[in-house]
Design a protein around this ligand. Structure first.
Ligand code: PEP
Length: 258
């Protein structure tokens, strides 16, 4: 069965409540333009409920079909973790997804593969679909270490997961040098790493399971470069930062994946 394409917007620490409502309404009203592509909005944690309300989410389902996700979470269910958000809290507000191991979390907040692994297991246990991010820095790419770095990240982040759990996740390949820089990986560069990730998943689970896992590309995706990425065989969607803050751009990217 063909993998359903998935385009997720990582709003990061942007917008205010009114703008979050406005953007959600604009995307939800035009979701038909991206028919067949799954859309996910990942607002700042504090605005998840605002976006859920704007999507008229009930029981995790939105009439518009747009899904909701968090940008990060703690791996513990509850307790003395000041400032953190528990997996079940996202579920409570109607989230189906959570982004984990984004390069900003890895570089700015010291998240290791072991931390990403614990969060991935906690997300799955709570019923969330983790979007697990991996990707090399410019220095690592220029040093010819892309495959080794991505292999370590995939194996470390997914260590101990059953094949059934691997089947449920989404992986995002996001070369760090392409995030927010306007430098997009060429479709071939991206495809090579996506194929590597799929072969790693085949080793961790099975070729059948690997064939079902959706692998998104992320890093300066825009409506005008999305089509070339979308036609690569192992690119199943996009994780979009900057361009997800404008409904036109976000939907333009989603359309490229139809
Ligand atoms: C991201 O942060 O996940 C991302 C891909 O950002 P941008 O699209 O802005 O490069």
């Amino acid at each position: 069965m063909a993998r359903k394409k998935i385009v997720a917007g990582n709003w990061k620490m942007n917008l205010d409540r009114a703008k979050a409502r406005e953007l959600t309404a604009a995307v939800a009203a035009r979701v038909g333009e991206a028919g067949g592509v799954e859309l996910v909005l990942c607002p700042p944690a504090l605005y998840v409920e605002t976006v859920a309300t704007a999507l008229h989410l009930a029981g995790g389902k939105s009439p518009s079909g747009v899904a909701l996700g968090g940008q990060n979470m703690h791996d513990k269910a509850s307790g003395a973790f000041t400032g953190e958000v528990a997996p079940a809290m996202f579920v409570d507000l109607g989230c189906q997804y959570v982004i984990l191991g984004h390069s900003e979390r890895r570089t700015l907040f010291g998240e290791t593969d072991a931390i990403v692994n614990a969060k991935t297991k906690a997300a799955l246990a709570a019923g969330l679909t983790p979007i697990v991010c991996v990707g090399e820095t410019l220095e690592e790419r220029e040093g010819g270490r892309t495959d080794a770095v991505v292999t370590t990240q995939v194996r470390g982040s997914l260590a101990g997961l059953s094949a059934a759990d691997i089947e449920k996740i989404v992986v995002a390949y996001e070369p760090v040098w392409a995030i927010g820089t306007g430098k997009v990986a060429t479709p071939l560069q991206a495809q090579e790493v996506h194929a590597l990730i799929r072969s790693l998943l085949a080793g961790l689970a099975s070729p059948e399971v690997a064939g079902k896992v959706r692998i998104q590309y992320g890093g300066s995706v825009k409506p005008d470069n999305a089509a070339d990425l979308a036609c690569q065989p192992d690119i199943d969607g996009a994780l979009v930062g900057g361009a997800s803050l404008k409904a036109d751009d976000f939907l333009g990217i989603a359309k490229a994946f139809q």
